[in-house]
Design a protein around this ligand. Sequence first.
Ligand code: C2E
Ligand code: MG
Ligand code: MG
Length: 337
Amino acid sequence: MSSPFEINEQSLRLGLTIGSCRAPEDGRDSGVLFQRLESALYNAKRLGRNHSLRFRPALDKQDNPQLALVSDLRAALVSGDQLELYFQTQHHPGTGELTGMEALLRWQHPRDGMISPGEFIPLAERHGLMAELGSWVIEKACAQQAHWANNDMPTLTMWVNISALQLFHGDLETQLATCLSRYRLTPAHIGLELTESVLLDERAGDMGPRLKALRNQGFAIAIDDFGTGYSSLGYLKRLPVDKIKLDRAFIRELPGDKADAAIVKAVLSMAKGLGLDVIAEGVETKEQCDFLVNAGCHIVQGFYFARPMPAQELERRLLPKAQASQAHTGDMAKAGP
Ligand code: C2E
Ligand code: MG
Ligand code: MG
């Protein structure tokens, strides 16, 4: 495998890393065998690629907290009851009016307590669990929207984070369509958040046509963590998106930091020119809100208005208001910090 080969007069080499295990010595159950295979392969890669490593018990999960977590996550996906979606509302910074919400995944580990998605999502991506985890999120998000639609909650777009791996390995389009029809929802119920790195990841091929198709179906698309990934702005012109989510790195030091203030204003004016909405992430203070109102930003998300919370808590906050506003004015619910 390692001999070079020629394509278009270029000499290319393949790398090959092998992890192996053997039945019945290493186990008889296919679940155990796959886990040991994975642990051998993972360690072969970790120890410097291009070689072969047979499973040995020392590589097993007891000695590798990460692998233990992967196997716990796999179990959590099967049982389903350790995973939960939290919801963080989005607001108009001046009036507090509700404009939407983001679904954020939570994992309540039976022994270690709450584990942050920042920790387990990269792990799921690395170990081939992301397509399944992403499907779980879409299914739950749709089920929750359907439940709320039947229970007088204000109708808001629920934004769902989509990992690159769901685009490469999963059939996102079919899955979305199936879930919407199962729960009798419209695409306006679900928005898709993709990070810049996903949009530009070459493994996904040209994202343009796929995004266009999703948008034609009626899904809104947002670029998450805008400004942290790539400096190329060309893709904003090329890719059909609706909204930019300005990363909280640019919001944190507002209004004091001159550079951040200039960047935020520039992004807002560029987005206006391109006909894109902007939402500011990580808004924590009144001063930040005031700055954003003056700069012309119409949507914010952050601890100042609400932290991510379980579905029941959101219902407790919104239902009386929703019923009251529907009964009296027909307005969207208003919510303050
Ligand atoms: P994100 O999509 O950019 O989500 C926003 C993160 O900022 C959330 O962290 C949220 O709790 C946090 N946040 C919101 N407001 C504030 C604020 O005012 N101050 C501060 N300091 N933080 C704030 P969380 O829930 O820990 O999620 C982290 C990341 O994990 C998300 O970043 C997203 O990239 C990823 N993630 C979460 N759920 C999912 C999911 O279902 N699928 C995928 N693929 N990724 C997910
Ligand atoms: Mg997000
Ligand atoms: Mg973000």
